[in-house]
Design a protein around this ligand. Sequence first.
Ligand SMILES: [Zn+2]
Length: 95
Amino acid sequence: MAKKHRQPSAPQEVYVQLLNMPGTKVLFWAVGECPYCGARHYHPAGTERDDPGERLGEVASPCGNGPYILALPPRPLRKKGKKAKRRDSWDDLDE
Ligand SMILES: [Zn+2]
């Protein structure tokens, strides 16, 4: 039973959202959907005084099915191009 070339499959990335516990300074990363069990999981991200980004990376899933990598979702392109899209919103305000 010596499977030598069994590739250590990299843990799957999951996108997280930073939330804070109401009334506290405690932050946590919310995993929308666990790749293993499909449930929502939470991981402590320190407090507002810490850098939550330091808590990203590989963690063990709370459901015990294996590790995954906490990652930030890709941001919508905003920096590029100067679409004057904001104008629209301003116009909407002008009733
Ligand atoms: Zn899970």
